[in-house]
Structures are given as structure tokens and as C-alpha cells.
Design a protein. Structure first.
Lengths: 171, 526
């Protein structure tokens, strides 16, 4: 009984809007420019690899554009389904740790208790300014930055690109 | 013995009819015989045998830990397992050995379960076929079932029986195949958009996605923090309930787990469904739904109605936008989560050491496959300053509308929703790979991902075989944190439909010849 009603309803509206997003036709979708590609590759630190990949991004964007059709006036964004509950904090007690050696084992390059990173872009410039003999060879844990505007902003960039956790993408 | 339910085997172990070591060895032997399915990435033979030995000691003293003591289980390879390689089927984590166990893994081990191994998946759980990992695709055991083969022989003669094998669905395909082929009694999967329920439906097993916040995600390598949930795959609903009872509960290490007390429960055997109200979302009746699934769905609804339940049509008005919304939110969160893979502290690291940027970029290019890289790039696009409001925040708003749709339906008196899980039965691999990963995911996740966005519990229960003699499952969706009620209804349904057992006996006897063929066929890696 119920099924019939739905089934008949569907047949009646056949040719109307499909409930399923089929391979979308590009309707004035954004073209992905070379500039955008470079920007995305820089932010994501992965490359597209091929023209097909760029085409697939365009399709993905066109797909996402369907959201424009939804009326979201007065609707608050939902960040978590548990938004009505309190996020709690643990008490600030040390309950585990002392496993530096174990953790260091997973890295390909370590020196004593440091993870070793190759020099960042700021330090290449530092080398120019300070001279090679004054540069540390190894990890750039400490970068002495002179108050030089360009150097400072490059360092800032370098630090932003160093992911200790999820990046803040709001550049 | 391998075909029994958890409770039955547990009882047999207690009574001494079988020992944990025997059980373990039988499963290990079966894993070897079914190697061509490619369900396992790592088989932890030594670990399992040692655990079996300890379990045996406990049973001898009459001190078994519970229903899971001595029971072989498998874990999807995106859960961290201490001392056992955890790869996420990606070059990025190949060779990575975590120093800790995921909470859910620890809980299983604390109950005495035997860890058979880590199962195969799509790389980083992105995909709906379990075809896109570096260890190759997983094959659906039903491709080799007597039921399917006999039907195929009627249609085509003399064709190479193995060339058109079927996919398992994904991304927890390895876990589903492992359970379906009797190599373990339960397996952990993960469910972000349907990754547990989809392969469960295609492999004829039960796939449970618990409510978001009920089960800890600590140690589950994250994809989408606001939607990921550990999933449970078993051969019957009762078994899933047992495992859920063990896994559920607050974890101080995962602040998104709720603090309400949770106790293991026994599912009642429902006999009277007259007080039950089943909702059928009309928007799920799409033209793409195969006629067979549609008719089984209809049959299921009629079954409930004929037994006295109230079955009504309901509406989830934003259904058609749900997959788009999911696509935006998923890629955005993925872009953020994948940022941790930079080669410094763990995982793959490239050889270049010129500069951090060059090193990160090369490491990530070498470590991730196309699918992962594309999702990262898409996600970064949606998170750009100029796009943030129009795509990401917009999607978050649409998410609220979708979640609200469900709340409205449940508030109108509906207890459980009944929907299809997949559009059709499992398809052959050759057909599946004709479309790219994103398109396939968008198609295959259609009935499952809205549930993740609303954080609701859902379970796929195998109902019947298609005309091709392949499994078709249906999905039940419950109210948030009413997992027990959901499973009670699912159990009632399972009992009524009596889904047939997969007949793999011929396969086991015949396996040597199949195994030979497999050695010749090379696994294609991207």
C-alpha cells in the first residue's frame, strides 16, 4: 500500500528533478586556472600530477556547486552532531609518557632526541646573510632571525607550512 | 565450528569441545587457503597463537574473560595495533609500526580475543570498492560461492571463472571478506560514509555503524573527525551486539565519546512488532536503484506490516543534497587530517633533503595515491579564504538541515527507518573500475552517508540473494544512542528472512588450483 503510493508518485514525477546527482553537466562551472593549481599545490603540498586530475577537480567543484540551490537562510553551521553536549577536559595529570625512544624509532631521521628536518626556505636566505660557516648543518630548531622584514615573513611562511597538526587553511 | 555464532563458539570453548588453539589454527589455515581473496594485509600468526595459548590457560582454570575469550577477530588496517604494521593500504605508512593499540583494539584484546591480522581496504579508507589500496583489490568471497558459480555456468560456458570476480564494496572490504569467508568471527571496520555497511551488504554479512560518540576513535587513523566511527562486521546481529557491548563506552582519550554510562546488553528476541513504527523515506526511492533491491525493500516493508507493525512513508527533504554536502565536508576534513603526513615523525620519507617544502611535497607525492591527493586538493579548494563561506560553511549549514530532517522524522513517532544499503548487488571489478573513485563513491554512498552526517546508528542486514545469487542487504537506521533498539529490530528481521549461508566448500577443496592461478596473475598497483 505505502510502496505503491511512493512508486506511483515516482512514476508520475519521472522526468522531473532526479534525486540522484548524475554526472553533472558543467553549467558555467569555474575553470581551474594555472594560478589556482599552483596555489592549491603549494597549500596542500601535493601535486595534481596530470591534466586528468585537474579535470576531476573541476568536476568535483561543479558537483559541490549544487549546494547553492539549498536555502540556508537563518541556518547555523553544524560542526558536530554532539553540539548539545559539553566537551569536557581531562584533569591535568600525567598518566603516561616516557616513551621518547619508542616514538623516535618510527622516524627515518633522528639525531639524539630530535626529529631532523631539512632546512626551511628562511634558512637558505639566512645562509646568504650570515654566511655558510655560521650556519648549523642540522635541524633548524633554532633560527636566529634578524629584524629584516622579508626574512621575517618568509620565516612566518615556513612555520605555517610546518604541520604539527591540522593546518589553519584560512590564508 | 567456524560457521557458528559467537555465543555458540564461546559456549563450545567453555565446555571444552574445542580449544582456542584449535580454533586459531583452523582460522589461520583458512586464511592461507583464501589468500587469493586478498582480504588480509598482515596475518599476525605468532601473535594469535600466543594469545590462543593464554586463552587456553584461562579456560582450563575456568577463568575465561567473557564471550570473546579465544575468539578469532580481524581488524581493518587503519586501526593502530602495537607492534603490528599498520599501513592504511598506503605507501605513506608502509612499514609503520604503531607504539600503541587503538582503544577498540585494546578492548578486544582485554577480552581475550585473538587477533588474526589486519585487513585490506581502500587507501586511507577512501573509496567504495576496496580496490584502491597499494596491496591490490579485495575479492568478494561470493564470486567463488557455489550459489554464484552454478548460476554463472548456466549463462556462460568455458569462460575463465576467475576473470570476472566481484568487488567486496568498501572501504572495509577486507574485513567484510574476512568475516564472510569464515576466517574470523568478527572484524572491525570504519564507517565514515558507509564504509562498513556497503561491503557488509555486498558480502552478505551484518555491518553495524554505531552512534557517533558511542565508540572511541582513539587509534583509528582519522579521515573525517566529525563523522568517523569504528564499525563492526559479523555474521549475525547478535554477534554484532556482543561486540558493541564490549567496545562502547566513554574513553578519556577520545573527548568526542559521550560520558553516559554504557553497559553490555543482551538483545531481546522480539516477538511482537505491533508497537513498532517503521519509516520508509520516499526520497530514497531513486531511479538508479536496481529493480531487485527495490522489490526486496518493498518485500521487507510488507513483512513488517503483515506482522502488525506500522509502516509509513516519511520524508527526508534534503536527501538529494546530502551526498554533495558530504563530499564537501569530507574532502575538507581530509585535507586537514592528511596534513600530518610530512615524513618527519613517522611514515614514508623521500630521499630529497634540500628543503622542508621540497621534502614534504615529494614525500606526499610518493606516499599518497591519486585518490588521496585529489581529495586533499579538493578539500583545500573548499577551504580557501574565498571559498570558505560558499562551500565549507554552506555545507555545514546543509548538514544541519539534513540532521534536522532525521530528527523531525523520529519525533513524529518513527522508531526505525528502513532503506536499501546499496543500489545493487556487488558488481564485477572490470565494471567497477570504469568510473573514477569519486564518482563511484558518490553513487555508492547515496543511502549510507546521510547517516554519518547525522551521527545516527545504522546497520546493514543481509536479506536475500539476487537473481544472480549474490547478497543484497537492507539498512536500518535508528535514533541517536538507541543502538540497542535498532539491533533488536534488526535481529527480528534477520530471523524472519533467514539469509542463506555462503557455500564455499567446493572452493576450499578446489582452492589449490585457484591459488595456482593467482600466483600467475600479477596484482596491479597504481
Amino acid at each position: 500500500m505505502w510502496a505503491r503510493a511512493v512508486w506511483l508518485g515516482l512514476r508520475a514525477s519521472a522526468g522531473g528533478r532526479r534525486g540522484f546527482p548524475s554526472k553533472a553537466a558543467h553549467q558555467g562551472s569555474r575553470r581551474v586556472t594555472a594560478e589556482l593549481i599552483e596555489h592549491l599545490e603549494r597549500l596542500a603540498l601535493v601535486d595534481f600530477g596530470s591534466q586528468e586530475a585537474v579535470a576531476r577537480l573541476e568536476k568535483a567543484i561543479a558537483f559541490a556547486d549544487r549546494l547553492r540551490a539549498v536555502d540556508t537562510d537563518g541556518v547555523e553551521p553544524m560542526e558536530s552532531v554532539l553540539e548539545d553536549r559539553c566537551l569536557y577536559l581531562r584533569s591535568d595529570n600525567v598518566v603516561e609518557g616516557n616513551c621518547a625512544e619508542e616514538l623516535l624509532q618510527n622516524s627515518h631521521r633522528v639525531v639524539e632526541e630530535y626529529f631532523v628536518a631539512p632546512p626551511g626556505p628562511a634558512s637558505c636566505l639566512m645562509e646568504e646573510v650570515l654566511g655558510t660557516e655560521n650556519m648549523r648543518e642540522e635541524a633548524t630548531s633554532f633560527i636566529y632571525v634578524k629584524s629584516h622584514q622579508d626574512l621575517g615573513s618568509l620565516l612566518h611562511q615556513s612555520l605555517l607550512l610546518n604541520p604539527e597538526g591540522p593546518q589553519n587553511h584560512k590564508f | 565450528m567456524l560457521g557458528r555464532t559467537l555465543r555458540e563458539v564461546s559456549a563450545a570453548l567453555k565446555q571444552g569441545q574445542v580449544s582456542p588453539t584449535e580454533l586459531c589454527q583452523r582460522c589461520l589455515s583458512l586464511i592461507k587457503k583464501t589468500k587469493f581473496l586478498n582480504a588480509y594485509i598482515t596475518v599476525s600468526e605468532e601473535v594469535a597463537l600466543k594469545q590462543a595459548e593464554e586463552s587456553e590457560k584461562r579456560y582450563k582454570k575456568g577463568l575465561s574473560l567473557g564471550d570473546l575469550d579465544g575468539i578469532p577477530v580481524a581488524v581493518k588496517d587503519n586501526f593502530s595495533t602495537a607492534g603490528i604494521e599498520t599501513t592504511c593500504a598506503s605507501n605513506m605508512l608502509k612499514g609503520y609500526v604503531p607504539p600503541y593499540n587503538a582503544t577498540v583494539v585494546q578492548k578486544l584484546l582485554d577480552q581475550g580475543a585473538l587477533l588474526m591480522g589486519k585487513t585490506n581496504l581502500d587507501e586511507f579508507a577512501m573509496g567504495s570498492g576496496s580496490t584502491d589500496g597499494i596491496f591490490g583489490p579485495v575479492k568478494n568471497p561470493w564470486s567463488y560461492s557455489k550459489q554464484y558459480r552454478e548460476k554463472r555456468k548456466q549463462k556462460s560456458h568455458g569462460e575463465n571463472e576467475d576473470s570476472d570476480w566481484l568487488i567486496t564494496g568498501g572501504s572495509s572490504g577486507g574485513s567484510a571478506a574476512a568475516v564472510s569467508a569464515f576466517t574470523c568471527f568478527a572484524a572491525l571496520g570504519s564507517d565514515t560514509g558507509g564504509s562498513t555497511r556497503n561491503p557488509a551488504a555486498h558480502c552478505g554479512v551484518v555491518g553495524l555503524k554505531p552512534s557517533y560518540g558511542l565508540v572511541s576513535r582513539h587509534g583509528l587513523i582519522p579521515l573525517v573527525n566529525s563523522m568517523d566511527v569504528p564499525g563492526i562486521l559479523t555474521r549475525c546481529v547478535d554477534d554484532a551486539a556482543i561486540v558493541l557491548g564490549i567496545l562502547a563506552g566513554h574513553d578519556p582519550k577520545d573527548s568526542t565519546t559521550i560520558q553516559d554510562p554504557v553497559k553490555p546488553f543482551t538483545l531481546p528476541s522480539l516477538t511482537d512488532v505491533s508497537k513498532l513504527c517503521i519509516g520508509i523515506p520516499k526520497e530514497y526511492l531513486t531511479p538508479e536503484l536496481s529493480s531487485e533491491v527495490r522489490s526486496l525493500w518493498s518485500k521487507a516493508a510488507n513483512l513488517f506490516e503483515s506482522e502488525g507493525a506500522k509502516v509509513i512513508e516519511v520524508s527526508l527533504p534534503h536527501t538529494s543534497y546530502s551526498i554533495v554536502c558530504y563530499h564537501v565536508l569530507c574532502t575538507s576534513e581530509v585535507a586537514s587530517n592528511m596534513a600530518r603526513f610530512d615524513g618527519l615523525e613517522y611514515g614514508h620519507r623521500c630521499d630529497t633533503d634540500v628543503s622542508t617544502e621540497a621534502m614534504y611535497a615529494a614525500t606526499r607525492r610518493e606516499g599518497f595515491n591519486d585518490v588521496v591527493r585529489e581529495r586533499i586538493l579538493s578539500g583545500n579548494f573548499f577551504l580557501l579564504k574565498e571559498n570558505y563561506e560558499n562551500y565549507f560553511v554552506k555545507a555545514q549549514k546543509v548538514r544541519r538541515l539534513i540532521a534536522r530532517d532525521f530528527v523531525n522524522v523520529f519525533n513524529s513517532g518513527v522508531d526505525v527507518l528502513l532503506t536499501p544499503t546499496t543500489l545493487s548487488e556487488a558488481v564485477p571489478h572490470t565494471e567497477f573500475i570504469r568510473e573514477d573513485n569519486r564518482t563511484r563513491s558518490a553513487q555508492d554512498d547515496i543511502f549510507t552517508q546521510a547517516v554519518n552526517m547525522a551521527g545516527l546508528p545504522a546497520v546493514s542486514v543481509p536479506m536475500a540473494l539476487s537473481s544472480q545469487r549474490l547478497p543484497i542487504g537492507l539498512q536500518f537506521i535508528g535514533r541517536a544512542f538507541c543502538d540497542q533498539q535498532l539491533l533488536t529490530v534488526a535481529k527480528w528481521f534477520e530471523k524472519r528472512v533467514q539469509f542463506p549461508v555462503i557455500q564455499l566448500q567446493e572452493l576450499m577443496d578446489d582452492c589449490s588450483s585457484i591459488f595456482e592461478n593467482e600466483k600467475l596473475a600479477s596484482v596491479s598497483l597504481k
